[in-house]
Design a protein around this ligand. Sequence first.
Ligand code: ASP
Length: 437
Amino acid sequence: MVKVAKFGGSSVAGPEQFRKVKAIVEADHERRIVVISAAGKRNTSDHKLTDLLYLCHAHITYGVSCNDIADEIFTRLLEIRDGLGLSYDLEGEFNSFRDRLNRDMVVDELVSRGEYFTSKMMAEFLGFTFLDAADCIYFEYDGQIDSRKTYKAVAEAFDQYGSIVIPGFYGSLPSGKIKVMSRGGSDISGAIAAAAVSASVYENWTDVSGILMADPRIVDDPKPIPLVTYAELREMAFMGASVLHEESIFPVRERGIPLNIRNTNDPGHPGTLISDSVPADNGMDRFITGITGRKDYSVITILKRNMDINIDLKTVLEVLDRYHVPAEHITLGLDSFAVVCSDSAVGDRLYDIVKDVRASCGPDEVRIQDNVALVAAVGRKMSSRPGIAGKLFGALGKAGVNIKTIAQGSDELAITVGVDNSDYETAIRVLYDGFAG
Ligand code: ASP
């Protein structure tokens, strides 16, 4: 059994954090593959190495010297190397990096060096073998991961060395050139490594004790979610909760590997465990898994006597498609239906869209409600309990929140209500207070 542990930037920000990582890795001998981000912020006014590296590139692009920033990066790395008494030849590697900076280093390689240097030191500190991501994470030319080649390379290196550190965030193209992922991409690297070796769990170590039940900017001290299914998480992410990126979940979800979000600064906390299914009666379940939402939607309601829903809905969706506006929710009546679209997708074209809808499906009336926020209560248990929607609406009504639309997916994983933007925070708090206990 092997566990893949990915540590984010804040977990490797300085020597003290490196020590915490080592204690975590050594506490469980199944943690044999470690994926590392570039050193992150040590405090709120600090900078992430990756940001400094992007800044170096911006300087070079505009012909301004980046020596001071390179010095700052070097000092950060030196603090780690010397703080831990490592023998890593940082000077040698950093000097050749500096030499190439202004000559032939392209941006992807440049910004990938945060992960590279940080991981080299972590490998020495843990006594693990350093496996360069350029030699095991392979992209196709179209930017997709070449899973077959990548999984084989990671699995073979693991078989050969037994315990490895892989830098996150980058890999190599068929030409051998380095390519980076999107920001925060080390999460993806970790998931790929976990899939490659069919890990028993993919641990994602960060600076929070898991995913919270609600946005802490709205709800005071929300509880973390102990157990959540991948399907619920997708609902939460879709509705705006800031959880892991879809791309970083896909490789592990596809292989049925559970993902555990843990806190490097509180390793005793079990964090959030995400898996395909959650055993019933696990003793940890709450009625609702999480409450999330987003502001700024418009609801377009089409009313037409003797409506043929198939034809009219299709026509309206075709109009939206022409404007590249996805319908986020659809609610159906007998002679009416409503589509909910996000304002950011609609932009300033709402009235053009309405004009086209009028022309193409000849409705009796088109109503627009703007400034709508969607609030979703997500929970796999909702489907098995009668009366939950009623309780939810009752709680909102009692708090004076007017509900403008209601949608529930047929999988009954989430109930979504549309409320006025100005009621958004109240609605989240009411649902949290009423159902999160
Ligand atoms: N270091 C990269 C970033 O800051 C990737 C990562 O941390 O996952 O985006």
